[in-house]
Design a binder for this molecule. Structure first.
Ligand SMILES: NC(=O)c1ccc[n+]([C@@H]2O[C@H](COP(=O)([O-])OP(=O)(O)OC[C@H]3O[C@@H](n4cnc5c(N)ncnc54)[C@H](O)[C@@H]3O)[C@@H](O)[C@H]2O)c1
Length: 145
């Protein structure tokens, strides 16, 4: 049975993905700092880590696939706090890819359709776009799948 880590596992998409993966017999782990996601979204069979994305190295469980959904996920508030959006959405993705490289984990990244417009329209769009570029970098340079 494969072990799957969902970052942002108590968020909107993370919760639904966890439910789907449980139904398909995966072992599901979640990393989330509960800044937006809620404890009420927790599911019985999922193991939860209350960690910031920068602390992903603390997960010692062997993981096969990581779904990287954790992010500051809204456009409007990103104008007020661009540095935090950069920290979580771009630097946080770098930490995830570094962890994936070290532990030989395949990664699925939740991009944003806003990259198909002008990423400089908002800090959210820009830092999600850069997160995707970081994934490409690790794929091409370090062979992370
Ligand atoms: N919902 C959409 O329509 C949509 C569209 C395109 C892309 N996405 C992307 O999909 C992903 C999930 O979106 P969502 O709608 O479920 O958002 P969400 O806000 O419901 O979930 C994001 C989760 O990330 C967690 N998080 C935030 N900062 C964190 C940090 N520093 N460390 C650890 N966890 C942190 C939040 O607590 C939350 O549970 C995001 O990456 C988002 O950019 C969503």
């Amino acid at each position: 049975m494969k072990n799957v880590l969902i970052t942002g596992g108590v968020g909107f998409i993370g919760t639904n993905l966890a439910e789907f993966l449980l139904k398909h017999c995966y072992n599901v782990y979640s990393l989330d700092n509960y800044s937006f996601g809620s404890k009420q979204n927790e599911l019985k069979k999922v193991s939860y880590y209350n960690l910031d994305i920068e602390e992903i190295d603390q997960i010692k469980q062997q993981i096969d696939i990581g779904f990287h959904l954790a992010a500051m996920a809204r456009v409007q508030p990103s104008f007020e706090n661009p540095s935090e959006y950069f920290r979580v959405n771009t630097y946080g993705t770098t930490k995830v890819m570094e962890w994936a490289k070290k532990n030989n984990v395949k990664v699925v990244y939740a991009g944003s359709s806003s990259k198909h417009f002008d990423p400089s329209d908002s800090p959210y769009a820009m830092y999600k776009f850069l997160g995707e570029e970081v994934c490409k970098l690790y794929k091409k340079t370090y062979d992370v799948s």
